[in-house]
Design a protein around this ligand. Structure first.
Ligand SMILES: C[S@@+](CC[C@H](N)C(=O)[O-])C[C@H]1O[C@@H](n2cnc3c(N)ncnc32)[C@H](O)[C@@H]1O
Length: 205
């Protein structure tokens, strides 16, 4: 099975939850023991409602929804929002398990800095465009194409501050493993590190 779920044969960005690595992860993924579900606080008996403040092409949200979470996705780029909307529609038309997962996802277009306070979120996931780094393969290609559309998300510290002010339970920042913690933000309560990605978890007391 091709791993290139979000690049079509003409090298265009698409959003497709029905094939490639996304589908593969849905069928054979590691469940709630994966870093992201653990970071957002999904345990055996606990399934928080999550706001994904930086939806992108919805991969993280799809993973969380596949494990039973209700996820509100916010995306401010009209182009990326359009691709994601198409991907969700396609998944609904495909039916089956993929459609069941997407039914738990609600997509909103707008800027999370403005929208988050009205949503009174339990858990907020923040995954802004990461600083440019050397890496290989298709993930990079996908991110290059997304960056050409959305730029560098230079206001991510403002977004984090808003998230930290309004989240009821926790905020999770997805960030490159080797990067410093963010200046002018309190230190995370704990971190979960994968091969290339780190999750900084800020518990709200
Ligand atoms: C790295 S991508 C997110 C990838 C996503 N986690 C996934 O699994 O596909 C970052 C996305 O967040 C969006 N974004 C950044 N800041 C935002 C904000 N304040 N409000 C809404 N969307 C935002 C960008 O437009 C971009 O599409």
């Amino acid at each position: 099975m091709s791993k290139k779920s979000n690049i079509d044969k003409n090298n265009n960005l698409i959003c497709d939850f029905t094939k490639g690595s996304i589908k593969h992860r849905l069928m054979y993924g590691g469940g709630r023991s994966q870093y992201l579900p653990r970071a957002v606080g999904m345990t055996k008996g606990r399934t928080p409602n999550i706001v994904d403040a930086t939806a992108g092409l919805g991969k993280d949200s799809f993973l969380l929804a596949s494990l039973g979470a209700r996820v509100t996705l916010i995306e401010r780029s009209p182009i990326i929002h359009g691709l994601l909307y198409d991907g969700m529609e396609r998944a609904m038309r495909a039916g089956g398990l993929t459609a069941e997962v997407v039914e738990r996802m609600t997509l909103i277009m707008g800027d999370s800095i403005e929208l988050l306070p009205n949503l009174e979120p339990e858990v907020v996931l923040v995954d802004p465009m990461h600083p440019v780094r050397k890496s290989s393969a298709q993930v990079k290609k996908e991110m290059v194409l997304i960056r050409q559309i959305v730029g560098n998300d230079c206001d991510y510290v403002d977004l984090l501050n808003v998230a930290l002010n309004v989240a009821k339970k926790r905020v999770v920042l997805k960030w490159p493993k080797g990067a410093n913690t963010i200046e002018n933000i309190k230190l995370p309560s704990h971190q979960l590190s994968g091969k290339t990605t780190r999750y900084d978890v800020f518990m709200i007391s």
